[in-house]
Design a protein around this ligand. Sequence first.
Ligand code: CA
Ligand code: CA
Length: 429
Amino acid sequence: MIIAGNPSVSIIIVICTGLLLCFSCSPIQLLNDLEGLSTPLPNFTSDPGATAEPTLEITPEPTPELTEEPTPGSTPESTEEPTPDSTPELTEEPTPEPTAESTPGSTPESTPESTDEPTPTPVPTTTPSPTPTQIPKDAFSIIQGEYYDDCSTGIIVSSYCVVHIGDIDDGSWALYGSMNFATGAAGFEVYTTSSNGGGTIEIRLDSLTGTLAGSCAIPDTGGWCSYELVACSISGVSGIHDLYLVFTGDGTGLFNVDWFKFLDTAPTATPTPAPTPDPRIYDDGLVNNWDDWSWDCTRNFNCMYPVYDGNYSLSALYNLGYAALYFHNAAGDIQLSYYTSLTFYIHGGMTGGQSLRVSFRNNFDVQVGDVLLVDDYLAGGSVSPNTWEEVQIPLADFGISGGIIRKIIFQSDESTALPVFYLDKIEFN
Ligand SMILES: [Ca+2]
Ligand SMILES: [Ca+2]
């Protein structure tokens, strides 16, 4: 722009171009010429502008400035070129150069040479030089689940409720490289949610099958946004390791992980409640390993009428006095600490008035707690005919809390036979 309007600059450019052509035609000649000028070679080779050459002949001063030019973004340097000491010609010539450099390709003069010379620019080589070694992460700080270094296929990062990793299936995993456990971690804490039964997080070191430092049971929290803090004990972890969280469970979409961290002490009260056992005893049949050990009665576990719930009820005809429906759990002891009451529905058949007593026994057939009369838990004080009534007996009334039982007995409280009656939906609550 300025060049076009300045004849003296144009003349100089013509001269410069001539010199450039001369230099560029033979490298040897170029070297000779440069030696004669006693100017350092690098200055020249690194010069992106041909117009700088004439300045070399006239005064050696511009050369140091030119050495700084090869670095990209040399605009600030080029502004230094028009030193006030230099001859008027110099001040005019360098000025167009910076504009040419600052706007690459704007002037045809600078482009041809700059295409040759910029190739060895050291900038690109220095950029990848930082080695990708990971800085160890503090294992005792919160690590976001979504900040994994690698993971199995299928795992997703989702922002539903909170940003987390989800679609965790049985066998899924996530890697968190270079975790610093310092002198040792004794606990693991994870903020997690599940509406699909939960699962387990295995804490493994350095590989998917590496040392198992601990396993953390993830409960069903009752909803995909019902995050809970779950803690568990781990051991044998210190120093720096790649951490693999290996997820296991039954099926797919087991749970989500928002974040986790390690604890230097084991969680005092492990808040991981054991999954509540299925409280049902009878619904449309005996369930959950309850067996029929009844005596002196005719019973049908698939009675089709009357039915309170589902498809069947249990009918019982006590043939002798003190006969009993007697259920034994083959799987082992029942922990009553999970429950507060025993509930069932009773129907007195055509007659009603059947008097029953309920009690528990342990594995050694020893009675546990008191014997209670069903009549005491019925609104009318006795079993009504032709209708279903709910019976809810608090376990506290038996005088037991948190005990263990193995057997439940619904025994006749009378010395003679009883007319048929029906039970349904027998369960703990
Ligand atoms: Ca998160
Ligand atoms: Ca039923």
